[in-house]
Design a binder for this molecule. Structure first.
Ligand SMILES: Cc1ncc(C[n+]2csc(CCOP(=O)(O)OP(=O)(O)O)c2C)c(N)n1
Ligand SMILES: [Mg+2]
Length: 692
């Protein structure tokens, strides 16, 4: 593909604040050229959509150029962080890439920068800190906070830019991230692109509290103001330049409500029948682009304006022709599947001891195993990671001075300081988004959820944002989510759940579920080394259930494979988590009472499933029992049974047995909870009934 050479005026993608003092013709024409390019390309996208050459939802930025173009030109694209949304096409054009890249993205062809896995405005350029949007409005704010903070931690003077519309400003993420940015004093500008409508809903139906959205800033202890981006483009640019400069210097967030326009309705299919008569005309009357053009003509730049319009229009058409000629993407399931996860990361150079190598200490290699509870093993792993990996940091509720609800992070704040071990507010979505941003920019965060149950508050971030990141954008997202989970502690419906089947239904997440101290230590290190988002399920009832020897285990990555704990020929029993301990007792009972020996597997890795050894076992024994604590219906066991029996159907001597909890919310009273969940007696009863 030979790319048409861009017109000379597009060679510069920056606008320096000094150029705005007494704007030079060059600066004004550059501003105008990018605005004209954005408007014309957006209009051409709409034409091409109507011809059936582009698909999906096509939202346009027509009416928003007088804001997004100066902003993107003024941003420091070598250090700043941005996550553009669906009215910000002009920002994408400026931030990076050739115009053909952008058309290829919209045509979703073989040249698409997202490998056609995303379309239209759904892209970013993570390498250059343009974080790709997901549809869930508000959900990109957290990642901008994290990546901006990561830049600052690397010593780079970054500013982050987040965007959301009047409608999106109703989302919880907007509140959570404004609070978080203020709390952490992050240099982020929050732009509300207020165009008066969210799809068909006017602001009057979005808020009872009026439309002065910028006034919310006071509630977060930050500066806020309104900016009319439909008036004078140069004045808008000056205001933006001053705001960027101030945020860069003070490192305090600012909230700016930008009055902007949505000239072509919500998206290509929008009939706009909800607008009042004449309202659309009133939008066009306020359109800043023709006003800016008229001012350039009045200032005597008419010849240059017309010449550059001709040149830009021809360039756009040349690029469309080139992009249209690019082949459709190949249909290749294997290639897509290979991109769900980032490839294996090289092993990190850990000091070969379970103890951390800290300044002034070099722990003995091959020291005798320590006797550890699972909570202590996890604490050792965290300590080792923090001590030996400078890019690591841990965050979560009450993990600082208090040491976490289960004391797994005890003493870490004292040793490593607040910049690396810090309490978060009750804002799981924003904090997880923030962790994603850190991970995208070279840090490796470990986030503790106080209870796994509260991870549902961050469902979008964990599954759609982190989980799908690699596939959508090619970027690795290495972070660890610690999920204290499970019941048996009389903690009721909201502090006892097993949520693996809920989270792992979305592709892109890895998951480990250790059942003993050594595995817990290995799991945390293996999860940390991985270049993907990894959930580590930690059963709360195992945190302090006895001690076991723990030592440095060089093949710690074997945790990604199941471990066979018992050998037998009668049946194959697969389980994980706390149930491993019950299953071992069941095996002992069956051997003693029935002389039936079982192959017992501790699955350990729930995603991606590694079932080779278990397949071989089922093929040999012909009988399968799957046991887990989660609810039976739609439970994780359904997947295990399906996979293990569809492949070994001919070898089966009996129907598989699937044991899980009842299909109930977790009941509170201990007596009720024991009815709800598998217990030793009930498992034995079910297995012996099944044996017939
Ligand atoms: C959380 C969420 N809910 C619903 C949608 C569907 N949706 C896409 S755009 C949109 C309107 C957004 O309005 P606004 O935030 O004002 O931005 P605008 O489109 O006006 O620029 C809606 C409801 C979404 N993308 N995200
Ligand atoms: Mg809007």
């Amino acid at each position: 593909m030979v790319l048409p050479p861009p017109p000379a005026i597009l060679a510069e993608r920056d606008l320096r604040p000094a150029e705005l003092e007494n704007p030079t013709p060059a600066a004004l024409l550059r501003l105008y050229a990018w605005m004209h390019l954005a408007r014309t390309a957006d209009n051409r996208n709409l034409d091409l959509f109507r011809q059936g050459l582009m698909k999906g939802t096509l939202t346009g930025g027509q009416g928003n150029e007088a804001f997004i173009v100066p902003l993107a030109l003024l941003a420091d694209k070598a250090v700043d962080v941005i996550s553009l949304t669906h009215r910000d096409y002009g920002g994408h054009l400026i931030w990076s890439g050739h115009l053909c890249d952008h058309f290829n993205q919209y045509f979703a062809n073989a040249g698409s920068p997202t490998k056609s896995r995303e379309g239209n405005i759904h892209r970013g350029d993570p390498k250059n800190r343009s974080l790709p949007m997901i549809s869930h409005l508000g959900a990109m704010l957290g990642p901008v906070l994290g990546a901006t903070d990561s830049q600052r931690r690397h010593g780079r003077p970054a500013v982050g830019y987040t965007f959301f519309g009047d409608g999106s400003s109703s989302t919880g993420d907007v509140h959570e991230t404004l609070n978080l940015a203020s709390l952490l004093s992050l240099p982020v500008i929050f732009f509300i692109e207020n165009n008066g409508y969210a799809y068909s809903t006017p602001v009057s139906e979005q808020f009872a509290a009026g439309t002065e959205l910028w006034r919310r800033a006071a509630g977060y202890g930050i500066e806020g103001f309104k900016l009319d981006a439909t008036a004078d483009v140069v004045a808008t640019a000056r205001t933006l330049a001053a705001a960027i400069e101030k945020v860069r210097t003070t490192s305090r967030p600012v909230l700016i409500e930008v009055q902007t326009l949505r000239l072509r309705g919500h998206a290509a299919y929008d009939t706009c029948n909800y607008l009042k008569p004449g309202e659309s005309d009133s939008f066009y009357a306020r359109d800043p682009l023709p006003k800016f053009r008229a001012s350039l003509l009045a200032a005597g730049h008419g010849t240059q304006v017309e010449a550059l319009e001709t040149e830009l229009n021809a360039y756009i058409e040349d690029c469309i022709k080139v992009s249209l000629a690019v082949a459709r993407p190949n249909y290749d399931a294997a290639a897509m599947l290979a991109d769900v996860y980032a490839p294996p990361a090289p092993a990190l150079p850990w000091h070969p001891s379970i103890e951390a190598k800290t300044a002034g200490t070099t722990p003995e290699i091959g020291a005798a195993p320590a006797s550890l509870t699972m909570a202590q093993a996890l604490n050792r792993a965290l300590r080792k990671i923090l001590a030996e990996r400078p890019e690591s940091l841990i965050l979560g509720q009450d993990i600082g001075t208090y040491g976490g609800a289960f004391k797994v992070t005890e003493d870490l704040l004292g040793e490593f300081g607040r910049s690396r071990v810090f309490n978060t507010p009750l804002a799981e979505s924003a904090c997880t988004g923030y962790a994603i941003g850190l991970a995208l920019n070279g840090h490796r965060p470990i986030e503790e959820f106080q209870f796994a149950d509260f991870a549902t508050e961050a469902m979008t971030q964990i599954t759609l944002n982190a989980g799908t990141m690699r596939f959508r954008s090619g970027a690795a997202c290495p972070l660890v989510f610690r999920f204290p989970c499970g019941g048996n502690l009389t903690l009721g419906s909201f502090h006892s759940q097993e949520l693996e089947s809920v989270f792992l239904a979305i592709p892109g997440l890895k998951a480990l579920y250790p059942s003993n101290p050594q595995d817990a230590f290995d799991a945390l290190l293996a999860a940390y080394e991985d270049n993907n988002p990894v959930i580590v399920f930690e059963h709360k009832a195992l945190y302090r259930r006895g001690r076991a020897p723990g030592s440095w285990n060089p093949p710690n990555r074997e945790i990604w494979q199941p471990k066979q704990l018992r050998q037998g020929e009668f049946a194959t029993l697969v389980t994980y988590g706390e149930m491993v301990h019950l299953a071992a007792e069941v095996c002992d009972y069956l051997a003693a009472e029935y002389e039936h020996k079982l192959d017992l597997f501790d699955l350990r890795c729930l995603s991606p499933l590694q079932l080779d050894a278990i397949h071989a076992s089922v093929a040999r024994t012909g009988r399968l029992i799957v046991l887990h604590e989660g609810r039976r219906t739609h439970g994780f066991g359904a997947e295990l049974v399906a996979r293990l029996t569809e492949q070994n159907f001919a070898a089966l001597k009996a129907a598989p047995l699937r044991i899980g909890s009842l299909d109930l919310p977790v009941p509170f009273a201990p007596e009720l909870e024991q009815i709800y969940r598998p217990t030793l007696d009930k498992i034995i009863e079910q297995v012996t009934n099944w044996m017939g």
